[in-house]
Design a protein around this ligand. Structure first.
Ligand code: B12
Length: 224
């Protein structure tokens, strides 16, 4: 196995076996060996957490183990995140992000945030269990290009549909992006979202396409 693979597997194992110290050590090793922090986060930490998800779904792990795994993931993320190279993507974007009301799951949302931050975008993170009104208030305050919503439960997912309607009712001209395990493209379309991605690494390319499409539509409307 290559050194690259060894480090990825050390990161994944540290998350799965909830060893925060090992996770920190593997993260430092990744940096020392010049690994792209983005790979270490997405192919190491995030893949480890996906494995934890399977262990939870099959009742091998329960809530305490999952919480400890999340702590290990965050220990590694804290080390890797500041080393991510900022790439000034165009167009520049302002983004509001949060996990929908009733939903405390924030790991996926935080990974999305890390990728957008590395793209040099301005981010307003509202955290988790965010009341729908709070998204609307923040949009009025900062006039973001995109509102990114995360939901990990079928129940909280419905809040996305409501929030999209609330934004339209308030005539707030922003793009909406949805994601999280229970969401898929069909649901995103049904909710009237402007974009959907199934993983954090797809969010920046998706956001760029959404903004460019919306700019083209505005221009066409002006010229019509
Ligand atoms: C970790 C976890 C927890 C942790 C959360 C810790 C935290 N800080 O987030 C704790 C232990 C607190 C927890 C609690 C609960 N959980 Co839980 N949890 C999970 C678990 C095991 C893993 C989720 C995770 O972090 N995955 C790893 C990340 C990296 O993946 P991800 O979140 O999917 O994110 C990726 C993409 O979806 C996408 N993405 C995410 N957000 C966004 C947003 C945008 C805009 C875009 C574009 C993309 C995007 O990018 C991310 C990175 O690539 C899942 C099981 C599973 N298989 O998913 C259950 C799961 C989500 N939990 C579940 C449940 C039911 C609960 C509880 C109700 C359990 C209970 N009985 O108390 C509570 C809910 C509390 C609440 N009100 O929210 C259910 C939901 C079922 C459903 N369909 O409704 C699941 C699916 C488990 C199951 N099979 O039953 N949970």
């Amino acid at each position: 196995m290559s050194t690259h693979e060894n480090i990825l597997s050390a990161l994944r194992n540290a998350v799965v076996s909830f060893r925060a110290d090992d996770c920190r050590a593997a993260a430092f090793k990744a940096l020392e060996l010049g690994m792209d922090p983005r790979d270490a986060i997405l192919d190491g930490l995030a893949v480890g957490m996906e494995k934890v998800g399977v262990l939870y779904d099959t009742s091998v792990y329960f809530v305490p183990e999952v919480l400890l795994s999340a702590d290990a993931l965050y220990a590694g993320l804290e080390i890797l995140h500041p080393h991510m190279k900022k790439t000034a993507y165009l167009p520049k974007a302002t983004l509001i992000i949060g996990s929908i009301q009733g939903d405390v799951h924030d790991i996926g949302k935080n990974l999305v945030k890390v990728m957008c931050d590395a793209a040099g975008w301005e981010i307003h993170d509202l955290g988790y269990d965010v009341p729908l009104d709070r998204f609307v208030e923040k949009q009025i305050e900062v006039d973001a290009d995109i509102i990114a919503m995360s939901a990990m439960m079928t129940t909280t997912m419905m809040g996305m549909k409501k929030l999209i309607s609330m934004l339209r009712e308030n005539h707030l001209d922003c793009l909406t992006m949805v994601g999280g395990a229970p969401v898929n493209q069909d649901i995103a379309d049904l909710f009237g979202a402007d974009g959907y991605a199934d993983s954090a690494e797809k969010v920046v390319p998706l956001g760029i396409k959404m903004i460019q499409r919306s700019q083209r539509m505005r221009k066409n409307r002006r010229n019509a």
